[in-house]
Ligand binder design. Structure first.
Ligand SMILES: NC(=O)c1ccc[n+]([C@@H]2O[C@H](COP(=O)([O-])OP(=O)(O)OC[C@H]3O[C@@H](n4cnc5c(N)ncnc54)[C@H](O)[C@@H]3O)[C@@H](O)[C@H]2O)c1
Ligand SMILES: O=c1ccn([C@@H]2O[C@H](COP(=O)(O)OP(=O)(O)O[C@H]3O[C@H](CO)[C@@H](O)[C@H](O)[C@H]3O)[C@@H](O)[C@H]2O)c(=O)[nH]1
Length: 661
């Protein structure tokens, strides 16, 4: 494994120090680039990488004005269109790129690399990380990230597939699918992978700084710096560097500066290509993104690099969804997207407080329903709850507010910080309500917490709201806080609990349960903190497969062996499922069997011990397990309060006014 030295001091940090130059009037990227590389209109990279010579300069300067208009399309969810329809037709073959490297095998790097490799079988995608354990998991049957559909995508690209002859009802003849060679690797060979790559995606973590200048608000870009130095020392001339991580505005320029310091004679184009996937729906978001945003220098080499990256995505993403802008706009747009999504949640949560206090029966879910019908507002991200968690929203709002305050825009910074203040207020209010309703004291009482992940569908526990609520409850010294989450391993939960800063005694009173039954047993109150469908008490929700329900069967019948792409094969799989030949994840039998785990595999052991993760909470059983008066604090408004009331619970949802009891 490689170790990274610390780079030239004078190069860092680019942020926030550059703000002095940029504040008030940001120069155009055009002028910045010419200032950085005078007369560099034909970079040396053109000589090194084939596609630079061969790609015609057809890229529009910025899709802000020049690209096809993004028209609202019928959605797959409403069943009016099949994603496959878009993919039929001659697939675009990516220009010349043979090898891609992803630096950082985390929540973004791993799934994004897997989906790119899945759709581009002619390219090799190497994913590298410093974390050996994480890499070992990516190479095993137990991926480090739990996302619906991810294992199948990874297995297809990482392990390859077998020759398959597919006979399906309604098809005139069998379809022969050729075996696919493996084209996705996971390793700690950072230097080798970087040295061989034509395109490098930097997907390392950018948390909020915890010490020094800007602690608590500024983004820590040291992992980006470190990865860039390794790239600078080892990448081939002309390699395109793609900034995938969420970063402060100006980071692409910092990357460019580091590259120029180490390789003054070499041109590397740096693109911004922020990721918008949400955890829990990562595969769905990557397979059918709302948009792919690419920011570049508005120079000829910059636009040529855009064209290369665009072609990697264009294999499965419709052209109108690939948006190109300048680098700074792209970096800023990522922060603004998250800030505005979070702002919607805080807005509805502020309304939920009014609903609870007004005492007239106003219900925040009714308000959401009513305002969501307004096409200008839309129904998404107005679900009131105990607040937003996760590794992104808070950090990115802090990042945006920090930028504003560095630019002396204090009122703007305050505006965005207000979104975080409401979020904190909401979760504190929730914890306070629990204590109040239990007569102001939790001593001697057991509190059951259902849900620990920051949202459903993921095992990510970073900055989960549950952590904050549990800390507030632990302050009251309850007899026990029992936690159950159907998606998280106990070790993952405990690791996060250890970070809250509780005393040894408080930690001892926290128990991680492997079933909801043991969690609620003898509890005085149950709090629902993650909206897992299992907590609703009835079978609802869908899976990735359902998105292919409405595909056009005639397209399948005209399937040609020769032109099969993964998108078309997905269609064929959907057809097979619909015709009930097989309901499995691999209905055509293309996947190779997984290698067996070693006997001591801790994941296999955990799965044996754990409850069936899809098991629904049976609220009828909960009645007999809990202590009276059976309080349920629903922080995600997932249970049906009237149904539970009928069973003998007292239910308090968010923004629901008084008790349902
Ligand atoms: N998690 C999300 O849903 C999400 C979505 C969109 C964007 N983002 C952004 O993407 C970036 C990555 O997020 P994440 O959630 O994947 O983080 P993560 O912590 O899960 O993964 C980052 C990985 O990078 C590795 N790493 C750090 N420095 C390295 C180096 N020098 N060389 C090789 N590997 C290195 C770490 O070991 C880690 O495995 C962040 O900027 C984040 O804000 C995250
Ligand atoms: O109406 C809503 C929607 C979400 N949430 C909560 O908000 C948090 C974040 O949810 P979500 O945005 O779905 O998940 P993330 O994985 O954090 O995704 C966000 O952050 C990513 C990282 O930058 C971006 O890529 C995504 O586009 C952006 O949605 C979770 O705690 C949710 O429970 C609500 O309380 N109410």
């Amino acid at each position: 494994m490689e170790s990274f030295d610390s780079g030239p001091e004078k190069l860092r940090p680019v942020l926030p120090l550059w703000h002095g130059q940029l504040s008030r009037s940001l120069p155009s990227t055009q002028s910045m680039d010419s200032a950085l590389s005078p007369g560099d209109s034909t970079p040396s990279s053109c000589k090194a990488n084939q596609w630079f010579r061969e790609t015609p300069d057809t890229s529009p300067p910025s899709s802000g004005t020049g690209s096809p208009e993004l028209k609202p399309e019928p959605s797959v969810e409403d069943g009016s269109v099949s994603p496959v329809v878009e993919s039929i037709g001659s697939p675009r073959v990516s220009c010349g790129v043979k090898r891609i490297c992803f630096v950082g095998a985390g929540f973004v790097g791993g799934p994004t690399a897997a989906v790119i490799a899945f759709h581009n079988p002619q390219m090799v995608v190497d994913v590298v990380d410093l974390n050996e354990q994480r890499i070992a998991a990516w190479n095993s049957a137990h991926l480090p990230i739990h996302e619906d559909g991810l294992l199948k995508i990874v297995r297809t690209a990482r392990d390859g597939t077998v020759d398959t002859s597919v006979s399906l009802p309604g098809l005139p003849q069998p379809i022969e699918l050729k075996a696919r060679q493996p084209n996705l690797t996971f390793s700690v060979n950072v230097i080798e992978a970087i040295a061989e790559a034509d395109v490098i995606f930097i997907c390392v973590n950018t948390p909020t700084k915890t010490h020094g200048l800007g602690a608590g608000s500024m983004a820590d870009v040291s992992a980006i710096e470190s990865a860039t130095r390794t790239v600078a020392k080892n990448a081939r001339e002309g390699t395109i560097i793609v900034e995938k991580s969420t970063v402060p505005c100006g980071t692409a320029r910092m990357i460019q500066n580091i590259l120029r310091y180490y390789r003054p004679e070499t041109n590397f184009e740096v693109l911004s290509n922020p990721e918008f996937l949400a955890e829990g729906t990562a595969v769905q978001n990557l397979m059918r993104p709302d948009r792919i945003l690419i920011g570049s220098a508005q120079t000829l080499p910059g636009l040529r690099a855009v064209s290369v990256l665009r072609d990697i995505y264009a294999v499965w993403v419709p052209a109108a969804r690939i948006v190109t802008v300048n680098t700074f706009s792209s970096e800023l747009a990522k922060l603004v997207a998250n800030a505005m999504l979070a702002q919607r949640i805080s807005s509805i949560n502020a309304v939920s407080a009014i609903c609870e206090e007004i005492g007239l029966g106003a219900d925040v879910d009714d308000v959401s329903l009513a305002i969501g019908q307004d096409a200008r507002l839309g129904p998404k991200f107005i679900q009131a709850g105990v607040g937003f968690g996760g590794s992104c929203f808070e950090k990115d709002i802090l990042n945006l507010a920090y930028l504003a305050s560095e630019l002396h825009l204090d009122v703007v910074a305050e505006y965005w910080l207000g979104v975080l203040r409401i979020n904190e207020y909401q979760r504190q209010r929730f914890a306070r309500n629990i204590v109040r309703e239990l007569n102001g004291s939790l001593r001697g009482k057991k509190i059951a917490v259902l849900g620990f992940a920051f949202k459903d569908g993921t095992n990510d526990t970073r900055n989960s709201i549950a952590v904050h609520v549990i800390r507030d409850l632990a302050e009251e010294m309850p007899r026990e806080i029992a936690i159950f989450d159907p998606g998280c391993a106990s070790a993952e939960i405990m690791e996060e609990v250890q970070k809250i800063g509780l005393s040894q005694r408080q930690v001892e009173n926290i128990k991680i349960c492997s079933s909801w039954r043991s969690c609620v047993q003898e509890a005085s109150a149950v709090c629902v903190l993650t909206p897992w469908k299992q907590f609703r008490g009835s079978r609802v929700g869908g899976s990735l497969h359902q998105h292919h329900k409405s595909c056009d069967d005639s397209l399948v019948r005209n399937f040609s062996d020769a032109s099969s792409t993964e998108m078309k094969i997905l269609d064929l799989e959907a057809y097979a499922r619909r015709n009930k030949t097989s309901l499995s994840e691999d209905p055509l039998g293309r996947l190779k069997p997984l290698s067996p785990c070693p006997e001591a595999c801790s994941y296999c052991r955990f799965n044996l011990e754990a409850t069936n993760e899809d098991e629904m909470v049976d609220w009828v059983d909960v009645v007999s397990l809990m202590l009276e008066p059976r309080l349920v604090f629903d922080g995600r408004n997932v249970v049906d309060p009237l149904e539970l009331q009928g069973l003998g619970f007292r239910v308090r949802g968010v923004g629901k006014g008084s008790w349902v009891c």
